[in-house]
Design a binder for this molecule. Structure first.
Ligand code: ZN
Length: 489
């Protein structure tokens, strides 16, 4: 915890020195998925970004209460206040209960997140389980004069709010610009103006997910759940609120306005937003035919994929970019990430076998370790941290080739990097460690080398040379040393 952490705050638009409200304890709220479809590439980025943030804080000695919600009601098509509920629509098409859809896709989402080696949140509240809290929040906002009831629905009164508190402060918008660009009130006649947003919606007769309230039988507006659940589990003011850039407006802007309208302040000290993934330069979307689920990525079954990509390749690929930069997905970039990931894992395995001399760690190695920590504590700069880690890979490779010698102190520091940083903080596990083709290959080559050593001992040089030549042909390079023989591909 002695390490200073800098975090970019979307609200202040600059990096700030991070300070927790409660010493040693981080309260983090992240907007989770609306569970009406399979987890896709767009879910992987926030999943991994906030996972690394949680891992980093824990590694540095903080306790983290990580709350990530499941949206199972109130999220309408086109993120609007009208149209069909996304989950109800899927349920209607599949002829299932909405909660069957929620259950199915929540399980699928967890499976994908587990494969990506993200840690589960400390609390995972569902919107439908917090209707009472949401109704009381609406009552609160009504009492404070920032909302109005209309035909059984309740809307947030943006213009009245804006007279006391700036609306648009988080996303950098100005209400006057929004007014001049606003569209007409088509399909939303209950509202006084088009940028007012629903806190409570009266259910139409065919609407399935509905609850009694003082205003009508209905359901909460999409933005309400996060204000209600974050304050319930993290308090009226908490440390960090995270989510994707696509949620900045209207979702987070509305959340901040609801918080302020009910409790007098925005409730969040640091707002964090991860940037989006594009695919070959385009936004991902069902209509563009480039919508890729995580399962399709892992199995290679989507038509734009030239091969399957493992969960750790995806994780490495995402961490190679800074979370606030856009990240363009392409087969070439993924293949390069796969190579980089494998090189790093190989170095981790080689490190365990290196011979060492007595002695302290060199300045070069200590600087490397320091550089990695500095990068991670500087607004979670994973690409710079990974660049330093590749310097460490080069150190390992050079020692393995016998070009340089490492001390016990050096090896200890390198072990810190590979275990504490690569595995624990970046969450990159070695997919090749057990049971897969590459560990089988390793076992088979080692077995052949044992037979070859045996042959040499019996002075059967024809046999030992034949094994070496045959392996060479297959691309396995053998190097004989005093201790035996080493090999590489
Ligand atoms: Zn949210």
């Amino acid at each position: 915890m002695e390490k200073e952490i800098l975090l970019y705050n979307t609200l202040s638009r600059k990096k700030e020195k991070f300070k927790t409200i409660t010493p040693g304890m981080v309260g983090l709220y992240v907007c989770g998925p609306t569970v009406y479809g399979d987890a896709h590439l767009g879910h992987a980025r926030p999943g991994i970004t906030y996972d690394v943030l949680v891992r980093l804080f824990r590694h540095l000695g903080y306790k983290v209460r990580y709350v990530r919600n499941i949206t199972d009601v109130g999220h309408m098509e086109n993120d609007a206040d009208f149209g069909e509920d996304k989950i109800e629509k899927k349920a209607r098409l599949e002829q299932l209960e909405p909660m069957e859809i929620v259950q199915h896709f929540t399980i699928r989402y967890h499976e994908a997140m587990t494969l990506l080696n993200t840690l589960p949140p400390s609390i995972e509240p569902r919107a439908s389980g917090h209707i009472i809290e949401q109704i009381s929040l609406v009552e609160n906002i009504l009492e404070n004069g920032f909302a109005y009831e209309s035909n059984g629905s309740v809307y947030f009164d943006v213009e009245t709010y804006n007279k006391r508190h700036p609306y648009g402060i988080l996303s950098g918008r100005d209400l006057d610009d929004m007014i001049s660009n606003s569209r007409d009130l088509e399909g939303q006649q209950d509202k006084r103006s088009s940028f007012d947003f629903a806190l409570w919606k009266k259910a139409t007769p065919e609407h399935i997910m509905r609850w009694p309230s003082p205003w009508s039988e209905g359901f909460p507006g999409w933005h309400l759940e996060c204000s209600a659940m974050s304050s319930k589990y993290l308090g009226d003011t908490f440390d960090i609120h995270g989510g994707g850039m696509d949620l900045l407006f209207p979702h987070h802007e509305c959340e901040l306005a609801q918080n302020t309208a009910s409790r007098g302040n925005g409730g969040v000290n640091y707002w964090m937003h991860n940037n989006m993934i594009t695919i070959n330069g385009q936004k991902m979307g069902k209509s563009l035919g480039n919508f890729i689920t995580l399962e399709e990525l892992f199995t290679g079954s989507h038509k734009i994929l030239t091969q399957p990509y493992s969960p750790m390749t995806i994780r490495f690929f995402i961490l190679q970019a800074h979370y606030r930069s856009t990240l363009d997905f392409s087969n070439e970039a993924l293949v390069a990430a796969e190579k980089g990931y494998k090189r790093m894992m190989q170095a981790g395995r080689d490190l365990e076998k290196l011979s060492r001399q007595e002695g302290e760690a060199s300045k070069e190695i200590l600087d490397l370790v320091e550089g990695v920590y500095r990068a991670l504590c500087d607004d979670m700069n994973t690409p710079i941290a990974i660049a330093h880690l590749f310097d460490a890979v080069r150190v390992v490779n050079s020692a393995k080739d016998g070009k340089t010698a490492l001390t016990a102190g050096d090896i200890e520091q390198l072990n810190t990097l590979f275990n504490n940083i690569v595995k624990e903080v970046l969450g990159l596990t070695d997919e090749n460690s057990v049971g897969d083709s590459s560990s089988i290959l390793e076992g088979v080559v080692n077995l052949l080398l044992e037979i070859r050593t045996e042959a040499k001992l019996q002075r059967d040089f024809a046999k030992s040379d034949a094994i070496r030549d045959k392996l060479n042909e297959l691309g396995v390079i053998i190097k004989d040393t005093k201790e035996g023989s080493e090999w590489r591909l």
